[in-house]
Structures are given as C-alpha cells and as structure tokens.
Design a protein around this ligand. Structure first.
Ligand code: FA5
Length: 358
C-alpha cells in the first residue's frame, strides 16, 4: 500500500509531505472559496470521504513504524480536524447567506400601511359578539365556550329532550356520520354549553356562552342555517323569575338604548320551566310592522326560563339547594336589530359594499 502510494515506509518526511498535499493550503483555499452548499458538500466528500487521499493515508498508517505512526497519525488527525472545522465554518457562512437571500426574497413591502389607516376590519357578527360579551361582563358574568360538534346527549338528552321527544322538531338537526347513528351532531343551539359548564363547575354560576350554531333552516330575512347565539346561565341560591326578567331588561337597555322596549311572552322549552320568548321592538319599522318582523312590530331575540329540575338532575346539581335561569339569544339577530338590517342573509354574502359600511 505504501509503495502504491509512492512512499517508503520509513520515509516519515515524505509521508508528512503527502499529508500536507492532501490536506494542505490548497484544500483550505478550495474550502473558503466554495460558493454553494452543494459544492461544499461535494468538496467535503472529496477531501474527507471514504475514497479521499486522506482516507488512503489513514489506511497506510498501519504499515509504518510505531514511533512514526504515532507522530504522523497525530499530524493526520490534526489536519483532518482543522479541515473539518474550516468546512463547518464555511457551511455556517453559506447557510446564513442562504437564509438572508430567502428573507430578502420573501420580504413584504408594508410601507403602504400608514399608521392610523384601517385595512380590513372585524365582521359585524364578530364585533356584535364582543359587544355582547362586554355588556354581560359589565353585569358580572364570565364568558365560557364549548365545541360546535356535540353529542346528542349534551345537545338534547341532558336538556330533558330524550330521543323521539316531539320537541326535537323545534331544532332541525345536521347529524354527522360518526359513531352510532345520530349520536354526533352540529350543535343546534348554545344550550349544550350550559350542560358542560354545570358538569365542570360547582354553583354559583354566572356565565354567558357565545358561539356558532347549525340548523337545517331555510335562509330568509330572519334565519340562516349557520348562525350565532349567546347563552346565559345563572345558578345560585334563591334565584327567581324576577331575577331573569330584571337581567333581560338591564341587558336590553344597556345594549339597545332606552328607546327599545322588550317583552316576555309565555313559550315552551323542555329545559326551562316556566319558559318565555324574549322580544324587542323591531328597529327596522320602530314597531309599525314590516316584512322583517312579519308585520308584528316585534322581533324575537331569544328564549329563556327557569332551569328545569330535570336538567339539574342530569348534571348532578341538587335542585333542592340551587335554582337558576337560562337564556339564549341570536347574535346575528342582535346585529340585525342594532344596525337596522332588513335581511339577515346579507351577513353571509361577503358583499364588499355591505362589509365596508357595517
Ligand atoms: C333556542 O335555541 C334555545 N336554546 C334558547 C333558550 C336557551 C331557551 C336557554 C331557554 C333557555 P330558539 O330555537 O328559539 O331557542 O332560538 C333562540 C334564538 O336564536 C332565536 O330567537 C333567534 O334569535 C336565534 N335563532 C334561532 N334560529 C335561527 C336561525 N336559523 N338563524 C338566525 N337566528 C336564529
């Protein structure tokens, strides 16, 4: 092997020379003048790889005298380490240069965004939701959330609506093809969040729960198939219907202003007893009657009532100790009434002329 490499086994100087040539200044210059990571990768293979001159010299070490082997082995390792460190340094430089080139290429010109000039805005429904949350937080409520995909149990059964109960017809439901047939659905109202909250928190509870709901409703001036509700739940000792009525009155005055009147009308919900529908003066016709309010002068905002003891039983709250009320309003309806929007469908149409005004 030594002969094949043109060296005499006793000739340490010649070996040293061979090492210098293999890993000497020329190699170092080549490394520092490498312009791309790929070129550097190839050069590293040629200089330090299995078939490199260095690898050949390494193999030849075994044929040298032990004393020479020690000296020249160390020399070989030092050169190799130095070259490796130069390659690593050059690689880091090229990496940095690549990163800077990438950042320069991806740079976005934001000079157009002038301080104070508005670009884009929250959708009216999102703004209405925040305003409603703020109104209720100001009245001492906390805000909670739940998932849009729900179990039949949370959306219906725990709310005193067993399978085949006629009241299920009140909510035309989108079921998902998951698990047992009709066991998983897109929530039809925010009331299942009440169930989750009562299961995870001990009373007293004073919370509102906003979110998106889904129903197989045909869209019209007051209905969408994807819409938003805000649920309210109060559970404490000694809560009565007058607390519910007072809370709704306080909310209406704070949110819509003193000129808008509200009224409660007897209604039926399986999860509250007694139950009521909560209506406000139609802001489109100011109570005169129009297409939006079906000529009644009133718009239904939501339902409410005292929490039915059956609901307390399904979530393990003792109805001998605790009483409570709940309500659920349409957020889109609130936006519609506050902004005087005749047809709710425009909220979903992404018409830029509407979005810019709203
Ligand atoms: C409910 O959804 C009950 N969960 C409300 C409730 C909560 C009652 C707690 C008692 C206690 P209802 O189906 O009436 O009730 O809907 C309540 C409100 O949601 C409606 O008054 C309306 O403002 C809004 N809403 C319902 N369906 C739609 C729809 N398709 N599009 C837009 N808003 C809707």
């Amino acid at each position: 092997m030594i002969e094949a490499a043109g060296l005499d086994s006793k000739d340490g100087l010649a070996y040293d020379q061979a090492v210098r040539e293999a890993l000497g200044e020329k190699a170092e210059q080549e490394v520092s003048s490498c312009e791309t990571l790929e070129a550097l990768r190839q050069l590293e293979g040629a200089l330090l790889g299995k078939r490199s001159r260095l690898a050949q010299l390494h193999q030849q070490l075994g044929s040298l005298d032990p004393s020479e082997r020690k000296v020249l082995g160390r020399l070989l390792n030092e050169r190799k380490a130095r070259l490796k460190s130069l390659i690593d340094t050059r690689r880091a430089e090229l990496d940095r240069a690549d990163e800077q080139a990438r950042l320069a290429a991806e740079r976005m010109d934001l000079t157009e965004v002038i301080a104070g000039r508005r670009r884009g805005t929250l959708h009216l429904v999102s703004r209405t939701q925040s305003e409603l949350e703020d109104t209720f937080v100001g009245m001492g409520f906390t805000v909670a959330e739940g998932p849009e995909v729900e179990t039949d149990w949370n959306n219906f059964e725990a709310l005193n609506i067993p399978p085949d109960h006629p009241a299920r017809g009140m909510w035309d439901t989108f079921y998902l093809d998951v698990g047992k047939p009709e066991s998983v659905l897109m929530r039809t109202h925010t009331s299942p969040v009440q169930v989750r909250l009562m299961q995870s928190h001990q009373p007293p509870i004073y919370s509102v729960m906003p979110g998106r709901c889904y129903r197989r409703d045909t869209p019209d001036a007051r209905h969408l198939s994807i819409f938003h509700q805000i649920e309210g739940l109060v559970v404490d000792t000694g809560i009565s219907f007058s607390d519910l009525a007072g809370t709704i009155e306080a909310f209406t005055t704070t949110y819509f202003g003193p000129s808008i009147h509200s009224r409660l009308r007897p209604a039926y919900f399986p999860f509250t007893e007694p139950s009521a529908e909560f209506e406000i003066t139609c802001t489109i016709c100011e109570g005169q009657g129009c297409r939006t309010c079906s000529q009644t002068g009133w718009i239904e905002l939501g339902g409410c009532g005292m929490v039915d003891p059956e609901v307390f039983a399904s979530v393990g709250i003792d109805s001998e100790i605790w009483t409570g009320f709940a309500f659920g309003f349409g957020i889109d309806r609130c936006a519609q009434m506050r902004q005087g929007i005749a047809d709710l469908r425009i909220l979903m149409e992404n018409d830029i002329r509407f979005l810019e005004q709203a």
